[in-house]
Design a protein around this ligand. Structure first.
Ligand code: RB5
Length: 149
């Protein structure tokens, strides 16, 4: 299950991602927003992030104007590693090396085709583990307020 969320600006890109997920046969749950009415992106980023952090959803894709604000909110939820992405290389490496569990994109930054391509790559790329696992563990330790050196 993929958690989806956006603010009013990211709504159009989120809808494109829904079409992609339908094509890929992946189920999703949309945590809003669902209209052009102006809303606050932290509320929606947090909803999707909590769904991922709790295990209700395996991963999440979120959108706002830049992808930045909503990703900042998502990354405040413990256990979330959300990448803001506008290129395919970072999308792939954020999975292989960082085990990102959320992807954020900006509807004012990426067009429909690039957004779909980024999401497809991010959804289909696996974490490599190995030496990268130690670094992901260090990030989790930081989140718990622990020393890592
Ligand atoms: C809303 O105007 C805009 O600030 C929001 O969509 C996003 O870009 C924030 O980072």
């Amino acid at each position: 299950m993929i958690a989806l969320a956006s603010d009013h600006v990211g709504l159009s890109l989120k809808n494109e991602i829904k079409t992609l997920l339908d094509e890929m046969g992946l189920a999703y749950c949309d945590y809003g927003a669902d209209s052009a009415e102006r809303v606050d992106y932290p509320i929606y980023g947090a909803r999707a992030a909590r769904a991922v952090a709790s295990g209700r959803c395996e991963r999440g894709i979120i959108c706002c104007g830049t992808g930045v604000g909503i990703s900042l909110a998502a990354n405040k939820v413990r256990g979330i590693r959300c990448v803001v992405c506008s290129d395919c290389y970072s999308a792939m490496l954020s999975r292989q090396h960082n085990d990102t569990n959320m992807l954020s994109m900006g509807s004012r930054v990426v067009g429909t085709e690039l957004g779909r391509m980024i999401a497809r790559i991010w959804l289909t790329t696996e974490f490599e583990g190995g030496r990268h696992q130690r670094r992901v563990d260090q990030i989790a330790a930081l989140e718990r307020g622990e020393a890592i050196e």
